[in-house]
Design a binder for this molecule. Structure first.
Ligand code: GDP
Length: 175
């Protein structure tokens, strides 16, 4: 285990976006090498999910309760090498709130100064009324992000659709 590179990843997104569902899918599907099961390490302010995949050790920090714990973010930002931002594709009424969250996130000291890649998950893509990724990119003004790699993947966290592809993109963008 010690030879594997440790990748600390921050999981963010508004409430109801599907973060918990995403974590649940990871827990039941990506538990890598037998015997090295995922485990949740609950702490005040965040949950951390660990797993091994493709010779990497991942630690996913679920930063739920964002504004409440925002002050805590910086404690974890330093070691973060990637960000997963989960968005409810059907919740276009809150896209402006999402856009503001993205902006705030990118202003965090230890993220602003490092080209940490961001994987946007256009989640709940299976639902009626899900906004297409091209429209989401525009509505969320993602093209203003020019100082780092970012990509958007349509996902269904209930079924795990496209999550592997997203992970692959994120991992290869970190290295
Ligand atoms: P969180 O607040 O970000 O942790 O959101 P949850 O993971 O609790 O998800 C909120 C609700 O959306 C739950 O009822 C989930 O079952 C549902 N949900 C999450 N992801 C998906 C998805 O990809 N498709 C569909 N149809 N429902 C989803």
């Amino acid at each position: 285990l010690s030879k594997m590179r440790l990748l600390k990843i921050m999981l963010v997104g508004l409430d109801n976006a599907g973060k918990t569902t995403f974590i649940k899918w990871l827990r039941s599907n990506l538990n890598g090498t037998p015997g090295q099961n995922l485990n949740t390490v609950p702490t005040v302010g965040y949950n951390m999910e660990k797993f091994v995949k493709n010779n990497f050790q991942y630690q996913i920090y679920d930063m739920s309760g964002q504004s409440k714990y925002r002050e805590m973010w910086n404690n974890y930002c330093k070691e973060i090498v990637g960000i997963i931002f989960v968005i409810d594709s059907t919740d276009y009424l809150r896209f402006q709130v999402v856009a503001n969250e993205v902006e705030l996130l990118l202003e965090q000291e230890d993220i602003k100064n490092r080209p940490v890649p961001i994987l946007f998950l256009a989640n709940k893509s299976d639902m009626q009324g899900a906004i297409a990724t091209e429209s989401m990119k525009e509505m969320l003004k993602l093209s203003v992000i020019t100082d780092r790699k970012w990509e958007i993947f349509q996902t269904n966290s209930l079924k795990g659709a496209n999550i592997e592809n997203g992970f692959q993109w994120l991992t290869s963008s970190i290295i």
